[in-house]
Design a protein around this ligand. Structure first.
Ligand code: ZN
Length: 571
């Protein structure tokens, strides 16, 4: 049993790697049989898996300690050779698409790989390599700026994640002042944040134009390998959110006012209970051992999986200085293992981030026998089904973490998940506007954000906190900088995760089987086909969202908010 710390890491020898890969690719179509081509594909997959393993380690180590000079250099090395890899990958795609044995290869690997390679071919030409490098540098600049934050708050210094725990404090003044401290940091760095984003929009648009696109939107979709839907489908979905979810958020807001005993809710009243949000009970180690019991009880598969994550030290969960923010899951193909990264800060989010990332990790682990790298992970909206559904599948065990506050947690989790849909759609709509109006100024972008907020988040009131009031709040949303058009994926997936919540309530065993089947299918199919594997209704179909949220709305109606106060919750 190998532990993560025992994994081998090195910089690959780029020339050697390229020689090997290009040799295989060049000779690919002079091979005289499908069997031989399959053998070559397997060899290519193996060496690309090695590269991807090293690159994952480099990136992870950098996230674990952004202060380390060595980590930064290793990560930059792999970032810098990314365009070279893309070039090789694009040559591989070309060769594959020209194969005279396509039918046999489809028999072996399925048709989806050809769809993926076709769409990939539309996202790269060697001449854009320098622009891609520039884009990746700008993304790193953003990460550095955000993680450099050392915010003075009530006599202590915090990074943004550390400061975050005060945002849901029971005391209104603490919440407000901690938000004020956060936005002071954004205000101080406003010029940098504006110019990084402006340059990103310009460089992405330039890439799009170089590749023959009208703007970055279609290219962005292609880069996300969306082979089965387009921006019109997404626009329709967003409209369903406006029609069917925004009205429920009004109801949620009224419930919250009642619970909090407030006449008016400001942005910084981002809590659901007077006494503060429920907090997980116990140390990180305690939470992990409770999670181990939970996953053994959920299923044999998750039990073995999570024990492996613990025993092989495949998680880094504590918040430290210098550690990059957020949570994510990555994987090392050579070792067939995933890794979970998070920043626990003592809030309920610690539990959801753990179950969320465990969902990702469980999927990629379940897909490890898929024959191609491209099939290890599905496209991102499908990936988020595994993670967000796992948050709900683990509901019956939430008392392990929240004890007497379990019902409060469930209400909060559901309310947050539902309220997230309009926010996610707003972020997505904003980005469509930005890339369509790529010559807009930073100021115009902020004004547009405020216009969209009125449609999707009509209840927001920032009070006298200036920075978000002038339309700058989205600059804290790293996806907008680093992963264009990714954000809607969370809302598409949430629509599916709600369905799993419902299925799991009705028939746990059957729902688990459907979930596991979905995980095993990995990325061997596009999003809408994967939905069929798990018997999920498509979010793009008019009516789906309305049906799904009506179940949730009923559940919310049955909540007696008076029972959610801490007094009544102590058993
Ligand atoms: Zn996720």
């Amino acid at each position: 049993m190998l532990k993560y710390s025992e994994y081998k890491y090195k910089r690959i020898d780029l020339d050697d790697f390229k020689n090997k890969a290009i040799h295989l690719i060049k000779n690919f179509n002079s091979l005289s049989s499908a069997e031989q081509q399959i053998k070559y594909i397997k060899k290519l997959e193996q060496i690309m898996g090695e590269w991807s393993t090293y690159a994952s380690i480099a990136s992870l180590e950098y996230s674990r300690d952004t202060f380390s000079k060595k980590n930064k250099e290793e990560n930059e090395f792999y970032d810098n050779i990314q365009p070279e890899m893309q070039e090789i990958s694009s040559q591989y795609a070309d060769a594959l698409l020209k194969s005279p044995f396509r039918y046999d290869l489809e028999e072996e690997f399925g048709v989806h790989i050809f769809n993926l390679k076709e769409i990939e071919g539309k996202t790269f030409k060697p001449r854009i390599k320098n622009l891609l490098r520039k884009e990746s540098d700008l993304c790193n600049k953003y990460t550095e700026l955000i993680s450099s934050a050392q915010i003075d708050f009530r006599g202590n210094k915090y990074n943004l994640t550390g400061l975050g725990s005060f945002h849901s404090d029971a005391d209104r003044t603490t919440r407000k002042e901690s938000y004020q401290a956060r936005f002071d940091f954004f205000e101080e760095n406003s010029d940098k944040l504006d110019s990084i984003y402006d340059e990103l929009v310009k460089v992405r648009t330039k890439i799009a134009h170089d590749l023959g696109y009208k703007n970055y939107i279609e290219l962005g979709y292609n880069k996300l390998s969306r082979t089965d839907y387009d921006d019109r489908d997404v626009a329709l979905f967003r409209q369903q959110i406006v029609d069917h979810v925004v009205p429920i958020t009004t109801k949620l807001n009224n419930q919250r006012k009642k619970i909090l005993g407030l006449d008016h809710l400001y942005f910084y009243d981002s809590i659901n209970f007077k006494e503060g949000d429920p907090k997980p009970k116990g140390s990180i180690n305690h939470l992990i051992s409770e999670a181990q019991i939970m996953y053994r009880e959920l299923s044999n598969e998750t039990g073995d999986f999570f024990d492996m994550m613990v025993n092989e030290e495949l998680m880094d969960l504590e918040n430290r200085k210098g550690k990059a923010g957020g949570g994510f899951c990555t994987a090392f193909p050579t070792y067939e293992r995933p890794y979970i990264f998070a920043n626990f800060n003592g809030t309920d989010h610690d539990v959801t981030v753990l179950t969320h990332e465990a969902g990702h990790a469980f999927q990629v682990y379940s897909s490890r026998h898929q024959p191609l790298q491209d099939y290890y992970w599905p496209t991102l909206e499908a990936c988020e089904i595994h993670s967000m559904s796992m948050e709900f599948l683990t509901w019956p065990w939430m008392d392990k973490f929240f004890k007497g506050e379990t019902e409060r947690f469930k209400y909060l989790h559901m309310a947050k998940s539902l309220s997230f849909l309009p926010y996610g759609a707003c972020v997505d709509h904003f980005q469509h506007w930005v890339y369509e109006n790529y010559n807009a100024t930073p100021q115009e972008r902020k004004e547009q954000w405020l216009r969209l907020e009125k449609i999707y988040l009509p209840h927001r009131d920032y009070g006298d906190i200036n920075y978000p009031k002038t339309g700058g709040i989205w600059q804290g949303q790293l996806h907008i900088y680093q992963m264009p058009f990714y954000y809607i994926d969370y809302t598409l997936a949430q629509t599916c995760a709600f369905q799993f919540w419902d299925k799991f309530n009705k028939d746990r065993e059957h729902a688990w089987k459907e979930y596991f089947n979905l995980c095993k299918a990995g990325g061997s199919m596009p999003f809408t086909k994967l939905l069929n594997v798990a018997n999920l209704r498509s979010p793009f179909k008019s009516g789906t969202l309305q049906e799904v949220v009506s179940e949730i709305s009923m559940w919310l109606d049955n909540i007696n908010v008076e029972n959610l106060t801490l007094e009544n919750n102590k058993k």
